[in-house]
Design a protein around this ligand. Structure first.
Ligand code: HEC
Ligand code: HEC
Length: 464
């Protein structure tokens, strides 16, 4: 009989227990260490201080974008266009729908293009080329760069605008649309009524809509599109219009206005809220690299970018002259329907007619610019580093804009080459949300190829 366990077995048990304790201690220690790595470093603390000092309300949350999922929290809505999920769904499809492009300049352009011909999701909703061309062009390439003029159209017959397209993202933070802010009856356009009569384009402002609702009505006309009951029925959109716009009578329910409203609703949900900087603002200190944090510190501090770019989307309701070249002055490629007499080159002044507004352009949002490839309203810079170098040098490039008109904050910044690199990295990747394609529709109800539907695009897009 064994009264006591044998000594070797006891020792084995003790050793086993010691080993378990060791494992436990190591585990606890390593988790603590891991928790510690997640705490803000002094670099984060410093950045928080810098951003707070620059924030409109002294709070880093001033720069957080809405996600667009909760429709009621979206800012700057138009009370005449109360958002609902059906409008968003309808707008997402109509924005990409070649079925509504029924007023082309030539019959062969019929149903060949859509809004998204110039606002391509993978190019952050810009054109993928120096100038967007919809009707009168053919082809797509891999993301817009392969589009070229249809040889059967003259340059004057194509649909092209004298500025680089604005990305249709973070538009919940835009109240006056376009580089000149011409659309929308409120915000900075209050008191500009006398300018609305000047052409049929801006007369839509007398309907007293917000910028997006007004802009889209005109965009549908300018870009040779149409909506009526027959089109809605033919392509299967009638039920969605009925669900989205029950308060509109049958006579106006399937119209440019409701199409514009649906697209505006869709626009308001598109935000770059998953960009590293956005995640960092919401507390994920590992979302940005050390270099991106340095770049952010420069943006909100020494480089003074935040003096103009100061909303959640880093735009602002303001216009300044930076003296950049216009589209017709570019050295990269052929552009259509613009030149020194294009009203657009005068910027805000081309709209208001006021001398003090001449050559001023709106302060644009700064997210997801990496894939855009052409920067400023005249696409005069081809990389974000060149943009940062332009601001750092503080020397206007366009001799047609007199120095007295240039923004006071546009002056040499004395950033070192390393600082230029860090700031560029923040713009390129710290502000880049890689998930924008989630805003694309699976299909459009006409089941046409989108965003383009001409024969060459269909091939490029694998639609055949
Ligand atoms: C031919 C190319 C082209 C097509 C097609 C096109 N756009 Fe644009 N879009 C542009 C350009 C260029 C600008 C900037 C023009 C300017 O500001 O002078 C722009 C600007 C905008 C803006 C202003 C954004 C802001 O930040 O102010 C909105 C909104 C917009 N487009 C919506 C639409 C809608 C809706 C359609 C379809 C009905 C459409 N676009 C079709 C080229 C195009
Ligand atoms: C004086 C106000 C002001 C300051 C300061 C300023 N910006 Fe801008 N920014 C603008 C305006 C206005 C535009 C549009 C100019 C144009 O295209 O004519 C612009 C355009 C840009 C663009 C091009 C966006 C696009 O869609 O092509 C980038 C990038 C940019 N700014 C980054 C910066 C950075 C980085 C800084 C700091 C070094 C900075 N900005 C400082 C007013 C300002």
């Amino acid at each position: 009989m064994k009264i006591f366990p044998s000594k070797p077995s006891l020792r084995r048990k003790t050793i086993f227990l010691q080993f378990l304790t060791f494992l436990l201690v190591t585990y606890i220690f390593s988790t603590c260490a891991r928790e510690e790595a997640k705490d803000p470093t002094s670099a984060d603390d410093q950045l928080i201080k810098t951003i707070k000092a620059a924030a409109p309300n002294g709070d880093i949350r001033d720069f957080i974008l809405v996600s667009g999922e909760n429709l009621s929290e979206i800012p700057n809505q138009d009370p005449k266009n109360i958002l609902n999920p059906t409008k968003v769904k309808l707008g997402r499809m109509l924005f990409h729908e070649p079925g509504i492009s029924v007023l082309p300049n030539k019959q062969e352009g019929m149903n060949g293009f859509s809004c998204a011909s110039c606002h391509i999701a993978s190019k952050s909703f810009t054109a993928g080329r120096i100038q967007g061309v919809a009707d009168g062009a053919i082809g797509f390439g891999s993301s817009g760069e392969g589009r070229s003029k249809n040889p059967n159209y003259t340059g004057d017959e194509v649909d092209a605008q004298g500025a680089r397209p604005l990305p249709t993202i973070n538009l919940a933070y835009v109240r006056n649309a376009l580089w000149a802010g011409s659309f929308g009856s409120f915000s900075l356009n209050t008191g500009t009524e006398s300018a609305w009569h000047q052409d049929t384009l801006t007369e839509v402002n007398f309907k007293y809509f917000e910028g997006l609702e007004a802009n889209n009505i005109r965009a549908l006309q300018v870009h040779r599109m149409m909506m009526n009951k027959t089109i809605a029925e033919n392509y299967g959109y009638k039920a969605l219009f009925d669900e989205a716009f029950p308060e509109f009578p049958d006579s106006t329910r399937y119209s440019l206005t409701t199409t514009s409203f649906a697209i505006a609703a869709y626009f308001r949900t598109i935000t770059t809220h998953e960009a590293p900087f956005q995640k960092w603002l919401k507390g994920d200190v590992n979302a940005m690299t050390e270099q991106q944090k340095k770049g952010a510190g420069l943006f909100f501090g020494k480089a003074g970018c935040v003096r103009c770019h100061n909303s959640p989307s880093l735009n602002s309701f303001n216009f300044f002259a930076l003296g950049v070249y216009d589209l017709y002055q570019n050295k990269v490629g052929e552009v259509f329907r613009t030149g020194p007499n294009d009203k657009r080159v005068k910027g805000r002044g081309g709209f208001t007619g006021k001398d003090e507004d001449l050559y001023k352009f709106k302060v644009p949002q700064l997210y997801n610019l990496k894939p855009v490839g052409f920067y400023f309203h005249g696409a005069s810079k081809l990389t974000l580093r060149e943009v940062v170098e332009y601001f750092n040098a503080g020397i206007p490039e366009n001799p047609l804009v007199s120095p007295s008109r240039i923004a006071a904050f546009f002056k040499p910044l004395n950033l070192t080459s390393q600082e230029v690199t860090d700031l560029t990295e923040f713009l390129e990747n710290g502000l880049y949300d890689p998930t924008l394609e989630k805003y694309l529709p699976d299909h459009v109800l006409s089941f046409m190829c989108f965003p383009n539907n001409d024969p060459i695009s269909r091939k490029d897009l694998n639609c055949n």
